[in-house]
Ligand binder design. Structure first.
Ligand code: ARG
Length: 560
């Protein structure tokens, strides 16, 4: 039970039935100023039932409350303010962290499932900065959801279907070389794709050929299927390297192609409900009443679209996973697509549409301009991560030349810096990509949090922490740390409901900061009777920082 809940219970005992314990809990506030205590209850709502002025009620209630949990109870105008007994409470909180370890802040499994559609790059194209954001945000949301007790199915909805594959086949058959594609798949395939478009300007017949090859593919033609399978495989090998560097994995790689044989089912459903109308030869779902342009389901030539595949995917996922919620971690440019998707599903009478959420995010900018993976510089993302690792390696070599696990640590710090930088601000904000800034050991960076955690770990080693409990402490610095530790589960809650990993990033920054204040003021390793007790607090900090970083997908080296 949280302290707020405990206060609500205490209040309920003295108030009686005028308000339920839950109503009381809703009303309890956290005072803006520490002089007003840790929790405050406003008495306005009781005025009617008690036929008294709120100020008088507050005075009476304050007199009646007597509980060891509170060191002080005061009426301040219409509020009843309580001060938590720091010694008692800090002992309890640290005890819980030490007992529960990395499970601290976790909720019990709730038997519900969340399906996350994230990363989802397009085959045969470079992994873009937008896909990097989707990967990192989606991965964090998955960890946060699991922490909240959900079963999570992470799906990489690969862009592995569409007319572009027909074009690619034509280009490959005309100009491609197998060895080249084998050695640098994405670079070569992109080259072929670009060349196709250049040549098609002179020779429009190529476009028809591309369409014909895609048709072959859709009909299961052997040669077309073999090429497609190969393009997909070699692309995935490249993507996997990035995923491995980021430490991200998926439960399913069912991309768009997977829904090839599942679209007719949805089209039948739409027809049954009389939702398909013809428009200029194409089949659409009219969304005028919803204030949106119509959703295009089938093109004039019978070809299905991105939206058709997303409809099929939603139906398939509900049938297969029975999800309570579905997150689509996709850039803001696709907002209309998802609104239309959800609107069509609603018209179909689909359950759970209210649990489906587009989770958009802002752009990655470089010097104020949208950063993109330009032609010719396609392995960019891998390079970016490698650069970050190299800079981290240099930093480590300067600060700690004898570090045992330098290689692995540099990876955790370098990649962690990029991830943390992405998740530091609310996801809708644009991000300025600045490697030097990200890798700083001071300021709001991943390395700052990691370094704080490593320092705490080194205190535990130097002081030979023996697993002792915390004896409780009332000083402001300990209390600053302890009250941060106490907030962890509420923070996870908020990050989950708002689908906002930055709430966790802010939290680990604040916790790191409160610990650094503590460390600056308190002589942790002083050889006195309280040393092991202080180390218990330090240990709790490492547990929660490590777990907070893990939720973000960032490693927490014990030494750096
Ligand atoms: N491949 C798409 C793109 O790069 C993103 C797919 C997102 N997921 C989805 N179910 N539509 O734009």
């Amino acid at each position: 039970m949280s302290y707020k809940q405990q206060y609500a219970q205490v209040l309920h005992d003295v108030i009686g039935d005028a308000l339920s314990q839950e109503e009381i809990e809703q009303l309890i506030e956290q005072p803006k100023h520490e002089d007003h205590g840790d929790l405050a209850f406003p008495c306005f709502q009781l005025a009617k039932a008690f036929r008294k002025a709120p100020m008088m009620i507050a005075t009476e209630l304050a007199e009646k409350i007597d509980n060891p949990l509170f060191s002080n109870v005061q009426a301040a105008g219409p509020y009843v303010n309580v001060f938590l007994n720091r010694e008692v409470v800090s002992r309890e909180i640290i005890k819980r962290v030490l007992e529960e370890q990395q499970a601290y802040g976790s909720s019990e499994p709730n038997g519900k499932t969340i399906v996350t559609d994230f990363s989802s790059p397009n085959i045969a194209k470079p992994f873009s900065m937008g896909h990097l954001r989707s990967t990192v945000i989606g991965n964090a949301l998955n960890q946060i959801s699991r922490k909240k007790g959900y079963e999570v199915v992470g799906i990489n909805h690969l862009g592995d279907w569409g007319t572009q594959f027909g074009k690619l086949m034509v280009a490959y058959n005309m100009w491609g070389k197998e060895e080249d594609v084998r050695s640098e798949p994405i670079k070569e395939l992109l080259k072929l794709y670009v060349r196709f478009h250049e040549e098609a300007e002179e020779n429009p017949g190529l476009e028809d050929e591309g369409r014909a090859w895609f048709k072959k593919l859709e009909q299961g033609d052997e040669q077309a299927t073999a090429l497609w399978t190969w393009f997909r495989e070699v692309s995935l090998v490249e993507f996997s390297r990035v995923y491995e560097m980021l430490g991200v994995s998926f439960d399913s790689l069912n991309g768009e192609a997977f829904y090839n044989d599942k679209m007719q089912h949805v089209i039948d459903l739409l027809e049954e409900k009389d939702l398909l109308v013809e428009s200029e030869g194409a089949m659409v779902v009219d969304l005028e009443a919803e204030g949106m342009p119509p959703a295009l389901i089938k093109k004039k030539d019978g070809a299905t679209l991105y939206a058709t595949r997303d409809l099929a995917a939603a139906v398939y996922r509900l049938e297969t996973y029975g999800f309570e919620q579905a997150f689509y971690v996709v850039g803001g440019e696709q907002a209309l697509h998802f609104k239309q998707l959800f609107a069509v599903l609603k018209k179909l009478g689909f359950e759970n549409v209210d649990g489906m959420h587009h989770v958009p995010f802002g752009l990655i900018m470089k010097d104020g301009k949208k950063m993109s993976t330009r032609k010719g510089r396609i392995v960019l993302l891998e390079e970016v991560l490698q650069d970050a690792i190299n800079v981290a390696k240099q930093n480590i070599a300067e600060k700690n030349p004898n570090l045992a696990n330098a290689e692995q640590t540099a990876r955790e710090v370098g990649v962690g810096a990029v991830i943390f930088h992405d998740l530091k601000n609310e996801r809708m904000n644009n991000i300025e990509f600045d490697l030097e800034q990200m890798l700083k050991f001071e300021g709001e960076t991943g390395p700052y949090v990691q370094y704080t955690n490593a320092r705490a770990n080194s205190l535990l080693r130097k002081g030979a922490y023996d697993g002792s409990a915390f004896n409780g402490s009332a000083d402001d610095y300990s209390w600053g740390v302890v009250s941060m530790l106490n907030q962890f589960s509420a923070v996870i809650d908020r990050a989950f409901t708002r689908r906002e990993p930055s709430i966790i990033s802010r939290y680990v920054l604040d916790l790191a900061q409160s610990f650094n204040k503590y460390y600056g003021q308190v002589r942790v390793l002083e050889d006195d009777a309280e040393k092991q007790s202080r180390l218990a607090l330090v240990k709790s900090v490492t547990i929660v920082l490590t777990e907070g970083l893990r939720l973000l997908g960032v490693g927490a080296p014990e030494e750096m």
